[in-house]
Design a protein around this ligand. Structure first.
Ligand code: BT5
Length: 248
């Protein structure tokens, strides 16, 4: 059963995740999507900033999922997979996932995801999944330090795309993958995600979030929640639910 999303368009906001949170606190309810033309204080994880000029697709999906907190990363996985599917199927791009939820093309980041969980006024848990996708942006407008690690649909394909069509396609994939997950199909979702994850089989350095000491090992797979399983040098496996991963 697909999710019927309501879409709330705004021009310029500080952050769509922030607007989403305010809407929930005002009683807006779930299955709402906040989209903005630009963000003046777009946020990444750990309070990093997210550059959000005009031409990008900046949006936040509000959900009220009936899941255990340790399954929240699975919804990030669904977000990343939805974007990757659309870029691959509709725009013929070789989109891959950098665990946990960056989408990259030829090693350059095109999309990032920030999920946040909080209580609404009724005490129910809400989840806001913020997705930033560099669509009709020329990456030369980004600051110097991220320009070289970044790409966009415009840079890859040489054309501009219709942002509403792009959003609807991603939301359709997102709704389908959510219903697959809730009807017991998460193993298949995970296996598709795994086939797109760049670092499986490689030696990685992991910086866990919340911050703990970094460690290295071979990324061998993902568990049922979508946590990365890393084989340490002493042969033990360690699972990481959230963190930053670099190839070494
Ligand atoms: C992320 O964080 O990748 C999550 C980004 C989520 C953005 C969306 S937009 C809609 C919603 N509203 C928000 O306020 N946020 C969400 P992280 O993995 O921490 O990566 C952040 C890093 O990516 C920054 O420190 C930069 O190095 C880089 N970066 C910043 N802007 C970028 C962009 N537009 N494209 C690619 N990389 C970028």
């Amino acid at each position: 059963m697909a999710i019927e999303f309501r879409i709330h368009h705004l021009e310029d906001v500080e952050s769509t995740n922030r607007v989403a949170r305010e809407l929930v606190l005002d009683g807006a309810g779930e299955d709402l999507v906040v989209v903005a033309g630009t963000q003046s204080k777009g946020r990444g994880r750990l309070d990093r900033s997210w550059e959000s000029p005009e031409g990008g697709l900046w949006f936040s999906i509000i959900l009220r999922p009936d899941i255990e907190p340790d399954m929240v990363p699975s919804l990030n996985i669904i977000g990343a997979l939805s974007v990757a599917r659309v870029l691959r199927n509709d725009y013929d791009m070789d989109a891959r996932v950098k665990w946990p939820n960056d989408v990259r093309v030829e090693g350059r980041k095109i999309c990032g995801i920030l999920s946040e969980m909080f209580r609404g006024r009724s005490g129910d848990m809400f989840l806001v999944i913020g997705i930033g996708l560099n669509a009709n942006i020329d990456v030369s407008c980004f600051s110097k330090d991220i320009r070289v690690r970044t790409t966009s649909i415009k840079n890859e394909r040489g054309v501009e795309v219709d942002l509403d069509t792009l959003l609807n396609s991603i939301l359709t994939q997102f709704g389908t993958l959510c219903s697959d997950m809730f009807s017991g199909g998460f193993p298949a979702v995970l296996s598709e995600h795994r086939s797109l994850v760049e670092s499986i089989g490689s030696r990685v350095r992991v910086r866990p979030v919340p911050p703990e000491e970094a460690f290295e090992g071979i990324a061998v797979g993902m568990d049922r929640r979508g946590a990365l399983v890393v084989e340490l040098d002493d042969g033990r496996n360690r699972c990481v639910l959230e963190g930053d991963v670099d190839l070494v």
